[in-house]
Design a protein around this ligand. Structure first.
Ligand code: AMP
Length: 378
């Protein structure tokens, strides 16, 4: 039974790095996944966001990549000269950036170079980064394929592959790209697949590409983190903005607001700013620079309110989000769970408030059916 990081066979350098980021005890997914990954096993991690799954793969991967210790002597996943040793695929740019950040904080001091290969950014800095022969490439599937096609990256030296938020990648239509990328990596690689839900498409992907994987599940699959207090307001659509402004006026704390469309995100943001709140927007029509500015500003508290669409907000990891507001209900229960998982990260508790107009009652029923209970009414 793993109770502390010292129960895992980690190097002193890694224990130091973990100490510096301030993690005192492993989360359940970390306690279960780190050991088997260090042993070289393929792994399926069924874990929602907010469970500490990024560190659950980053910690053992950094250990394997630096190849320290006798235990790892036989492990070939060392820093390669010819190309990257590890590849992490993620559905969105934001998530990719956060994964890279985790590798930098936990492995930077040990010389692990990480490069992010994502769409929406110019090729030049990515090419310069790739020329430095990074150990780890964190990528979204589309842009990675561009590099493969141009011959600016080869995956022949990859020893470790992570498919993060696999369900989401497949939902977004990346299945052909993921297949193609996996085919470009050596067959004897170690493969880790993390997914909040396990739909048949993910199971099929796992059957095709993982070898005798160990299965690690935390909590009940696809249930919201228990520490989130959920509340539902039934409200006509035209009353949603005044209701949001009232809640923002009554409460304190960082608030993440989800809208159905980019257009609605813009409109809600205008109203929130006009009411005197520090607010910004995050959606796919904003440039990468604007998105970074919005996310950094929200993270460091310059903005109290971030208004976002689902895709853009995927993977947002801002510690200390007090409140998630579903200004519009999402279409699927998975999205609902992902959205409210943005609050109550790791050890904190948080609130999730949803607004449901009469025209959204079908969505509400779908979500509640999936949750297995109704969302408490205000
Ligand atoms: P993730 O599920 O990877 O998105 O991580 C959720 C949040 O938990 C992030 O803010 C991490 O920095 C944080 N976290 C990860 N592992 C731990 C840990 N062992 N103790 C406390 N916080 C952690």
């Amino acid at each position: 039974m793993v109770r502390s990081f010292t129960d895992l066979t980690l190097t002193p350098a890694m224990l130091d790095a973990i100490d510096r980021v301030g993690y005192s005890t492993p989360t359940p997914i970390q306690a279960q996944a780190i050991g088997p990954i260090l042993e070289g096993r393929d792994l399926i991690g069924c874990a929602q966001t907010g469970t500490g799954k990024t560190a659950a793969f980053a910690i053992p991967m950094i250990e394997l990549l630096t190849g320290t210790g006798e235990r790892l002597a036989g492990n070939p996943a060392r820093l390669g000269r010819s190309g990257p040793s590890a590849l992490v695929l993620a559905p969105t740019r934001e998530l990719a950036l956060q994964i890279a950040e985790a590798f930098a904080t936990l492995g930077g001091a040990r010389g692990i170079e990480t490069v992010v290969v994502i769409g929406g950014e110019s090729m030049a800095p990515q090419l310069a980064g790739l020329r430095k022969r990074p150990a780890v490439v964190v990528a979204t599937p589309g842009r990675l394929i561009d590099h493969l096609e141009r011959g600016t990256l080869s995956l022949g030296s990859v020893r470790l592959v992570v498919l993060d938020e696999a369900d989401r990648m497949l939902d977004m239509g990346f299945a052909p790209q993921v297949e193609r990328i996996l085919r470009a990596t050596p067959l004897d690689r170690q493969t880790l697949c993390f997914s909040a839900t396990m739909p048949p498409e993910v199971e099929a992907l796992v059957r095709r590409h993982l070898v005798r994987p160990i299965r690690v599940e935390v909590g009940v699959v696809a249930r919201p983190v228990a520490k989130v207090t959920q509340v539902l307001y039934k409200t006509p659509i035209q009353e949603k903005t005044p209701l949001l402004l009232r809640l923002l006026g009554e409460e304190r704390g960082q608030t993440l607001v989800f809208t159905r469309t980019k257009h609605r995100a813009d409109r809600v943001a205008r109203a929130v700013v006009a009411a005197g709140h520090r607010a910004t927007r995050l959606h796919a029509d904003r440039s990468m620079t604007q998105r970074r500015e919005a996310l950094d500003g929200f993270r460091n508290g310059r903005y109290r309110v971030l208004i976002a669409t689902d895709i853009a907000a995927r993977g947002i990891d801002v510690p200390g989000i007090a409140h998630v507001v579903n200004f519009d209900l999402p279409h699927t229960a998975e999205d609902y769970i992902h959205r409210i998982g943005r609050t109550a990260r790791a050890e904190a508790s948080g609130r999730a408030t949803s607004f449901a107009a009469p025209e959204e009652h079908e969505q509400l029923r779908t979500i509640e059916r999936h949750l297995g209970h109704s969302v408490p009414r205000n």
